[in-house]
Ligand binder design. Structure first.
Ligand code: CP3
Length: 345
């Protein structure tokens, strides 16, 4: 049987048209998501409700026919699995009881974490079966936050403007900060391994806040931990492609491309199209990089920008995506128009 288009692109094989999916393709811009969300209670209740999490993962596939489904969950379930208190304030965002030392966390207990997060693996298994039944060519992507981005939330206790506590820790006391990062590397390997065992065909690491670090520390606290995770997963699951998303790291992304353990890089819209084709695509499949605000804008601006990405990259391995997640005010009609363009062979 012909392999799914997304997997073919990640293996640098020929595809008839570039596969596509959108970060945050399930979410508040869809009325059918808001309906399920309203029934579920809080956002984390939705993530841990197997029936409902499966349903919202499939909603965008039904509406727009993407080539990939991404597990509906959140990067902050790993701190939850490690025993940290995590909740979402309605209309505001994530809150965590902040930690200041790795000793503020329980001793690492892999089976306790896997146990706490077991509904998520059930969601993956259910999705894997449902896709096989109803969305045959669609690949299932699992994900986790990268250690740096997850650490920013664990230490700051919320979305941050200046990252002052976590950066002072990372810059000022790298040895003890390294212990936290080692814990997160280990937990993330275990968490992603469980997703793969449950049926995830691809995994993506999200380092949304990599670009808040200076160049040397991007390598130390963003790239190196992601590479450790990728190398360990590659040993266990050599057939599972890994996508890295280190947001806003500029030309430093070349180092990530040359590490050899990532099959694709997800690129933000500050990365130039020609630069990416010339410097990155020889090493990795490219994923990205339409500004989600283009999808809010819609019309010829959106289609023109999408065309430029396709023209620049489609002679090599690529996956069409956005530079960051779709946002709530995005008109559904714009996502539909873009998807129809992308489904055209
Ligand atoms: O892409 C997808 O469709 C899969 C689901 C997904 C979510 N979060 C669902 C979500 C993924 C891959 C994430 C990753 C995530 N979560 C990241 C990395 C990617 C990025 O966006 O930079 C980060 C930093 C988080 C942390 C997070 N989760 C924040 C800061 C917030 C609040 C902001 C917001 O948009 O409300 C969330 C909540 C969240 N995660 C929502 C969704 C659909 C909104 C929850 C709701 O319905 O109220």
């Amino acid at each position: 049987m012909e392999e799914k288009a997304l997997l073919r692109a990640l293996r640098r094989q020929h595809v008839d048209r570039p596969p596509f999916w959108f970060m945050r393709q399930a979410g508040r811009y869809m009325p059918e998501y808001r309906a399920v969300r309203a029934d579920a209670g809080g956002f984390l209740d939705l993530c841990f409700n197997v029936e409902k999490a499966v349903e919202v993962t499939k909603q965008p596939l039904r509406a727009f026919g993407m080539d990939a489904a991404i597990l509906f969950s959140d990067i902050l379930v790993v701190p939850l699995g490690l025993g940290q208190k995590v909740w979402f304030e309605e209309g505001e965002g994530p809150r965590l009881e902040p930690i200041r030392s790795v000793d503020d966390l329980e001793a690492y207990d892999r089976s306790a974490m896997i146990q706490r997060l077991s509904p998520i693996f059930d969601v993956v298994t259910r999705l894997s079966n449902d896709l096989e039944q109803d969305f045959k060519g669609t690949a299932l992507i699992g994900f986790a936050g990268a250690p740096w981005t997850v650490a920013t939330y664990m230490v700051e206790g919320r979305s941050s403007r200046n990252y002052e506590t976590v950066k002072q820790w990372a810059y000022g006391d790298p040895k003890s900060f390294g212990r936290l990062m080692d814990r997160l590397v280990e937990a993330t390997i275990d968490y992603l391994s469980a997703q793969i065992e449950a049926g995830a065909e691809v995994v993506q690491l999200f380092d949304s806040w990599a670009g808040t670090l200076d160049e040397a520390h991007q390598e130390r606290w963003s790239f190196a931990p992601m590479a450790e995770i990728a190398q360990s997963l590659k040993q266990r699951y050599p057939h599972v492609p890994i996508i890295a998303f280190a947001r806003q790291v500029g030309t430093n992304t070349v180092k990530l491309a040359k590490m050899g353990c990532f099959d694709a890089l997800s690129l933000d819209h500050t990365v130039g199209l020609d630069f990416a084709r010339e410097q990155l695509q020889p090493h990795v499949c490219l994923q990205g990089n339409l500004d989600p605000l283009m999808v809010v804008t819609g019309g010829d601006a959106m289609l023109g920008a999408a065309e430029q990405i396709l023209e620049a990259w489609s002679d090599g391995p690529m996956i069409f995506n956005l530079s960051h997640g779709l946002i709530p005010p995005t008109p559904v009609a714009h996502v539909d128009l873009l998807s129809r363009r992308l489904r055209r062979a």
